[in-house]
Design a protein around this ligand. Structure first.
Ligand code: NAP
Ligand code: GDD
Length: 343
């Protein structure tokens, strides 16, 4: 039985990756942060009491800011594959918390790579790199495109990208960067734009909200479906040779187009509900990300199947269903917590 360690297992991608690896027969270990409230809602359905026979998912407290803990964890688990998905992953928030973002999204990666080296284990290593690294470089972007990050988050990911390559070249580690374009799902964090929109559509449809406050509607993104992207991560670690790959749909979509599709799908007109609020603008914006994933298709046989239009419909349906299911408990929850209005 292969063993995998996933950092960021409580996030969107971590939860889908854990599901995928369990379905393939892996023993899955996840790094989770100690929190005063539960932060495992995305993986609770996968959890079995470790005392029960057949339990194959194990959670361990730790943090990417704690290098010594990463060493003891790796030495204890001896994973065959390590997926580094943990990060402060919100671009707008990285302007508010640049130092913390650098410490976790950037330095956190080298702490984990160094822990692999110090623990003396043989494993394959996946680094969650991002299309945000391309920033101001014009599309289409592929593995050869120049990095020009436009946020502290993007700059931290560029650092992580290069240290991953450096450990591959310096120490012969099978370490790869998956340069993933935006990917979404019903499990997407509520302050990323797609989920903010689809969650609001469900609440407007139910008569719980009337207005949705948004920032720049003109930026172009290449939005794919998260469960397909974690399959791509896994394939990168099964390849014969370590190399870096872009995963993307290749289909451009503006924030406005995503809005239109989501509202239309629920029988609503977005012009009646969407208002501008400058607090959602970023000091520097990434105007256009459109990926070219042809290397992943030819070398890994990976190709995106779901585009932004289908994705918007999947997410609206899921948010409407969740609202109906959760009834009054959900209805009492405000659209966004007051303190998170700047995201
Ligand atoms: P996400 O939902 O925001 O999940 C982030 C995960 O990282 C959570 O499990 C979070 O734990 C954990 N984390 C944050 N800081 C940590 C720390 N200091 N130590 C340990 N764990 C920490 O992100 P995602 O969308 O799944 O993305 C996964 C990875 O891919 C991230 O690195 C992201 O930057 C990158 N990426 C994402 C996309 C995308 O479109 N989704 C595209 C390209 C790259 P808590 O649950 O406790 O907060
Ligand atoms: N979050 C948010 N909230 N974004 C808004 C809003 C708003 O109210 N209004 C407009 N936008 C615009 C942003 O300015 C940006 O151009 C676009 O919507 C997408 O924003 P996000 O959904 O926050 O994602 P992102 O593209 O900045 O970053 C995501 O994708 C990266 C890959 O390219 C994150 O998942 C990153 O972690 C990931 O690396």
């Amino acid at each position: 039985m292969k063993k995998a360690l996933i950092t960021g297992i409580t996030g969107q991608d971590g939860s889908y990756l854990a599901e995928l690896l369990l379905s393939k027969g892996y023993e899955v270990h996840g790094l989770i942060r100690r929190s005063s409230t539960f932060n495992t809602s995305r993986i609770d359905h996968l959890y079995k009491d470790p005392h029960e026979p057949g339990a194959r998912m194990f959670l361990h407290y730790g943090d990417l800011s704690d290098g010594a803990r990463l060493v003891t964890l790796l030495a204890g688990i001896h994973p065959d594959e390590v997926y580094n998905l943990a990060a402060q992953s919100h671009v707008r928030v990285s302007f508010d918390e640049p130092e913390h973002t650098g410490d976790t999204t950037g330095i956190g990666s080298i702490r984990l790579l160094e822990a692999v080296r110090l623990a003396g284990i043989q494993c394959r290593f996946y680094q969650a790199s991002s299309s945000e690294m391309f920033g101001a470089s014009p599309p289409p972007q592929n593995e050869d495109t120049l990095f020009y990050p436009r946020s502290p988050y993007g700059a931290a990911k560029v650092y992580s990208y290069w240290v991953t390559r450096n450990y591959r070249e310096a120490y012969g580690l099978f370490a790869v960067n998956g340069i993933l374009f935006n990917h979404e799902s019903p499990r997407r964090g509520e302050t990323f734009v797609t989920r903010k929109i689809t969650r609001s559509v469900a609440r407007i449809k139910a008569g719980l909200e009337h207005n949705l406050y948004m920032g720049n509607l003109d930026s172009v993104r290449d939005w794919g479906y998260a469960p397909e992207y974690v399959e791509g991560m896994w394939r990168m670690l099964q390849a014969d040779e370590p190399r870096d790959y872009v995963l993307a749909t290749g289909v451009p979509c503006t924030v406005k187009e995503f809005l239109e599709t989501a509202f239309d799908h629920a029988g609503l007109d977005w012009h009646d509900h969407v208002k501008f609020d400058e607090r959602y603008l970023r000091p520097t914006e990434v105007d256009s990300l459109i990926g070219d994933a042809s290397h992943a298709e030819s070398a890994l046989g990976w190709k995106a199947g779901v585009d932004a239009t289908q994705l918007a419909r999947i997410m609206v349906d899921a948010d409407i269903a969740a609202l109906e299911c959760e009834g009054s408990a959900w209805i009492d929850t405000p659209l966004l917590p007051a303190w998170d209005k700047a995201s």
